[in-house]
Design a protein around this ligand. Sequence first.
Ligand code: SAM
Length: 275
Amino acid sequence: MNLIISQIIEILHCCKVIVFSLLSEIDFQFDTIFADPPYFLSNGGISVQSGKVVCVDKGDWDKGISSEEMNVFNKTWLSLCRQNLKDNGTIWSSGTYHNIFSVANCLTELGYKILNVITWAKTNPPPNISCRYFTHSTEFVIWARKNPDVPHYFDYQLMKKLNDNKQMTDVWRLPAIAKWEKSCGKHPTQKPLALLTRIILASTKPNEWVLDPFCGSSTTGIAANLIGRKYLGIDKQTQFLEISKNRREELNSQKRVDLYRSKLKDIVKFSQREE
Ligand SMILES: C[S@@+](CC[C@H](N)C(=O)[O-])C[C@H]1O[C@@H](n2cnc3c(N)ncnc32)[C@H](O)[C@@H]1O
């Protein structure tokens, strides 16, 4: 099958305006939302990268805040997203223990219905240099639907096929971000395309619209476009939107598209089904 690459990638630039006010100005309802919000864990922690001890702070946007502030933040964006989501639509939000319990509580309070909590088990986690507790090797992705009473879309058969014809579980063993995904510059918390392609394949049909309110380098958009879905991303940092644009421009090269698709096992199997 010849996959359609959507020409539509619109990136809204909201340098000074925070995402909240911008979302309410978008008079459109999306089929699916993926959000990778700040986890608020930048508190001067350290790790080892290429044999060197480095500070793992991500940026001012990720600085720790109180749990009350975090709840207000999460409730505000999740409430605005709900208005921009179709009645049968679903939302995904990533997180670690720092923020994910707050996200889960806010989802429930706002009337969403939680469908799954995916555990992304990283096959190549960074080491824990303190040796005082277990190595952190997981992130979570909550999947919820807007409306408890309106059925949502789930490509059960495809997920089964991707899992060697066994039911796909809520534990996904996928590697952390690879070097080839950073060809347009570095975002400190860039998600791997393998994670986003699986999420979008599971919950959308071809040509549907995906929103990412904290898009960073637009991994969501690149994954969406690689499998023929449309995308709109929002971020408040200009330098991340530049990476997003450059990544989208890369997809103008069919050679690059073919290369990326060939590196993503789920897309390879999905394409076999479509042939
Ligand atoms: C965890 S990162 C997302 C990374 C993205 N998933 C990727 O693969 O590149 C969160 C992003 O949210 C943005 N951000 C933080 N606060 C924001 C706000 N209030 N409005 C819009 N964007 C915000 C940051 O600039 C950052 O790029």
